[in-house]
Write a protein that binds this ligand. Structure first.
Ligand code: ZN
Length: 446
């Protein structure tokens, strides 16, 4: 079986094409935090990787929240008196405020106007709006469409229909569990509740689905738990209903916004000193710039995606977040312009590769003890000083061997060796493995 680092090294453009196919298949589906669009999307992920689907009944109390009624929508439109659809859900599911109450009425433009949402700064784009926890209804449309309706007259009458239902049902989520050699777990989550938008959030869905597929047949210390959950309420529900599992989670990442051409961005855990923080920072320090943009690290704040639930004081799991451009920092965010052209396969590949290297780093990180700690052991007689086998990287290999031996006191982990030496973690891990094979290192802990 392959090790995770071998999988990371083999990630290529083919993975980019495969990730885009899932995005294209899932893009037209009208997702929400509950309902059949969410189930349909989970089924698309489930066609790729073994996914357990869980259904949490409406009304279930989850900490301070309650799982809401299930929302399903069949059709929606605003039509003029000739029956011509001016705003049509079939053209874009963003046209309806997500979780809208059903409506079937005739109203004038002036009566309808308070329910219409546009983006005057981007008059051709449709905004994305939700109304999960306050009962209301509305339509989102291009500002130029609104202006045309206004020009047609304030007393003009329209047929307004939202054929939706909101009744007791379930909140669905998907879970992939890949056992490891130990009980220690790495938790990876992505939200799966946004309708037709690609960076937020199909990029996270497809990167996580692809990673789960690649990791399936790897030999790992850690078990990997992947959650495809509706944002906020899905994370809260999972945490509330799985408290017995939380003690096994050693490291975690929320994945969101991984397909745009912005720089890879890591958001630290609340404390900022967890192993996941150090592992991601070690990987990003040796990740080449993408599109001339070097990776960035930002501090925790109690906002953003589901990292705010995992890092809440009563949960306090070491969960960071991997993204590219930050939510809300690009004009296409939460609009119809976050479409299939907005995300780029090479960006998805760059994100996937970094993520796989983070998992490899977490998995290979360990504490080691030098078995010949009095002066340097003689590397030459053990074949470890052989320049011929090391090629152009000989200097790095030699340095890595010396750093691992010197800091191999049983207390430093390999991430500390990487940090102090400035060498890539992979070089340090490889050196540790060669030294262990030569009997010069003993593993003392993870
Ligand atoms: Zn969002």
């Amino acid at each position: 079986m392959s090790r995770v680092i071998d999988i990371a090294d083999r990630i290529s453009e083919a993975n980019g094409r495969s990730m885009m196919r899932l995005v294209e298949d899932a893009y037209p589906v009208c997702r929400s935090i509950t309902g059949d669009g969410l189930r349909q999307t989970l089924a698309l992920v489930g066609a790729q990787v073994d996914l357990a689907i869980h259904e949490v009944p409406s009304g279930t109390a989850v900490f301070d929240w309650t799982v809401p009624d299930e929302w399903n929508i069949r059709d929606a439109y605003i039509a003029d008196t000739d029956g011509r659809r001016i705003v049509d859900f079939r053209q874009s599911n963003l046209h309806v405020v997500n979780y809208s109450d059903p409506v079937n009425a005739q109203m004038t433009f002036d009566e309808l106007a308070p329910h219409l949402h546009t983006l005057p700064d981007h008059p051709g784009w449709i905004p994305y709006r939700t109304s999960y926890y306050a009962r209301s209804w509305g339509f989102c449309l291009a500002h130029e469409q609104l202006e045309a309706m206004r020009a047609a007259g304030h007393d003009r009458t329209y047929d307004v229909v939202i054929d939706a239902s909101l009744k007791p049902g379930h909140l669905s989520y998907g879970e992939v569990f890949l056992p490891g050699r130990s009980d220690d777990e790495i938790l990876l989550t992505t939200h799966v509740c946004h309708p037709s938008m690609c960076n937020d959030n199909l990029s996270g869905v497809t990167v996580l689905a692809q990673l789960a597929t690649l990791l399936r047949d790897t030999d790992r210390h850690h078990a990997i738990r992947c959650l495809f959950i509706p944002g906020t309420i899905g994370a809260i529900s999972w945490l509330a209903l799985n408290r017995d599992k939380l003690h096994k989670i050693r490291h975690g990442l929320v994945l969101a916004g991984l397909g745009d051409t912005g720089p890879l961005t890591y958001k630290r855990t609340r404390d900022g000193t967890a192993t996941i923080d150090r592992a991601v920072e070690a990987v990003l320090a040796h990740t080449p710039a993408f599109d001339d943009k070097a990776p960035r690290v930002v501090d925790f704040s109690p906002y953003g995606y589901d990292e705010r639930q995992f890092n809440s004081p009563g949960i306090a799991l070491p969960v960071g977040r991997l993204s590219r451009s930050e939510y809300g920092s690009y004009p296409e965010y939460h609009t119809s312009a976050d479409n299939l052209d907005f995300i780029r396969p090479p960006a998805l590949v760059d994100s996937l590769r970094a993520l796989a290297r983070v998992i490899a780093t977490l998995d290979d990180n360990a504490r080691w003890r030098n078995t010949e700690p009095c002066c340097e052991p003689q590397l030459g007689k053990r074949g470890l000083y052989d320049a011929a086998g090391a090629g152009a990287d000989w200097e790095q290999v030699r340095l890595a061997l010396l750093w691992v031996l010197n800091l191999g006191d049983g207390k430093n982990d390999l991430l500390q060796v990487a940090e102090r030496s400035g060498l890539p973690f992979e070089a340090i891990a490889r050196a540790a493995s060669r030294l262990a094979d030569a009997g010069l290192l003993e593993r003392t802990g993870t």
